[in-house]
Design a binder for this molecule. Structure first.
Ligand SMILES: C[S@@+](CC[C@H](N)C(=O)[O-])C[C@H]1O[C@@H](n2cnc3c(N)ncnc32)[C@H](O)[C@@H]1O
Length: 386
């Protein structure tokens, strides 16, 4: 991860495209610096120790294009004349750029519209071999790849640039949160190849009752969800999950060959492991989903209300809300609160920005449009406005 380690300095010297600075409430926690503007704004953290300050991007707003982080760090270094102890922010001129046009944000899925008639989803594409191959084979189809691991998403965006592909969208996000936002009967297929088995933490698995239910809703009749796994455990678990929805039928195949072999699959084959393919077919038309979501805050916030926000996680049956670190803007009043909320196994992580007398807002972007997020948002609104 790009970072700068510098000698301690007076952070009020930071200038340039610095949108704000925010200091942690209490002693603990880094200082936050907003860099860039508008859609491009993201947050850098300054972790302080008596000997050095470590400056790097945060986890919540980090851009996928690491060159943007490197450029922002270089600008801070140069404008404030920082004394560098260690850094890794040299731009790599020989590295192909990421295809920024196909790097999609979760907000771009809000309207449920795609510029292609046929749309296919691949969950956890890893090195992207299957995704890239499918896209080349079917230029009339849009392939939406969703991957939680940032370097994999970056790598595939570089390949999209190199191979000049025009029919892949990459989303660096948790796949368990996406399906709820998609319109019914829209996808041709969903590929989930070699998901992490999470034997010790099954609640983190991509495949779940809720995922399958949503998959059957978003697939058009005749569309399918294809799971491939080398894990006997996951295979048995998936058999059980796929058997639940009575409305669907599925097919099980052992050691079926695909024209393209992913890195993982190649490894399992060398180890002579069995590979199971489970294909679940959507047979029926699903009813349209009501998409009435509103993540705006109405009404002015006061510092008293913010101070009274619960310090402990608030857990309800369907959702939770947890406010993490709180920060005060170095200038102008108001501040930033880290918050996690929504469903327990698919939490949303955002910042809540507030200023005295103004409406609060989430950063970066709005939460995913899910029932749990909406209920959590409602509760946050009640705390903020009564
Ligand atoms: C074992 S790898 C398989 C990669 C690829 N499908 C293949 O066949 O080689 C599993 C991938 O799923 C991704 N992943 C795990 N949980 C995810 C989630 N909730 N949403 C999106 N991607 C996820 C991981 O980052 C990892 O790249």
């Amino acid at each position: 991860m790009p970072h700068l380690k510098v000698r301690p300095f007076d952070t009020s010297r930071l200038k340039g495209r610095v949108a704000f600075r925010a200091l942690p409430e209490g002693e603990k926690g880094p200082e936050l610096v907003g860099v860039g503007e508008g859609e491009e704004l993201f947050i850098l953290e300054i972790k302080k120790s008596p000997e050095s300050y470590l400056i790097r991007s945060d986890k919540i707003s980090r851009p996928l294009d690491s060159n943007r982080i490197k450029k922002a760090l270089a600008e801070l270094r140069d404008k404030a004349g920082l004394e560098v102890l260690h850094s890794n922010i040299e731009l790599s001129p020989n590295r192909p750029p990421v295809a920024a046009e196909y790097d999609k944000k979760i907000e771009e899925f809000y309207d449920g519209e795609f510029p292609f008639e046929k749309v296919v989803l691949e969950v956890g594409f890893g090195s992207g071999r299957h995704l890239l191959w499918q896209a080349k084979e079917h230029p009339d189809t849009l392939f939406v790849g969703i991957e939680i691991h940032t370097p994999s998403a970056q790598q595939v965006l570089r390949q999209i640039h190199l191979q000049q592909l025009k029919n892949i969208w990459v989303l660096n996000y948790d796949a368990r949160l996406l399906l709820e936002m998609l319109p019914s009967n829209r996808l041709e297929a969903i590929y989930v190849h070699f998901p992490v088995p999470w034997d010790k933490k099954p609640h983190r698995r991509v495949i779940s009752d809720a995922f399958v239910e949503e998959a059957l809703r978003v697939l058009r009749p005749g569309g399918f969800l294809e799971l491939r796994t080398d894990s006997e455990n996951y295979y048995r678990y998936a058999l059980e999950v796929f058997s639940c929805p009575v409305k669907a039928e599925f097919l099980v195949e052992k050691n079926r060959d695909l024209p393209v072999v992913s890195k993982y699959e190649a490894r399992w084959r060398r180890m002579e492991k069995n590979i199971y393919t489970l294909t679940l077919y959507a047979r029926e038309e699903s009813s349209a989903k009501e998409m009435r979501f509103d993540f705006g805050f109405r009404g002015a916030v006061t510092a008293e209300r913010v101070a009274a926000l619960p310090r402990e996680a608030q857990v309800e049956e369907e959702f939770f809300v947890h406010f993490g670190r709180r920060y005060r803007f170095a200038e102008g009043g108001g501040g930033i609160i880290e918050c996690s909320f929504g469903s327990f196994d698919r939490p949303e992580h955002k910042y809540l920005f507030w200023s005295e007398g103004e409406a609060a807002h989430y950063f970066p972007g709005l939460p995913v449009r899910s029932a749990a997020n909406q209920a959590a948002h409602q509760r946050i609104g009640e705390w903020l406005h009564g």
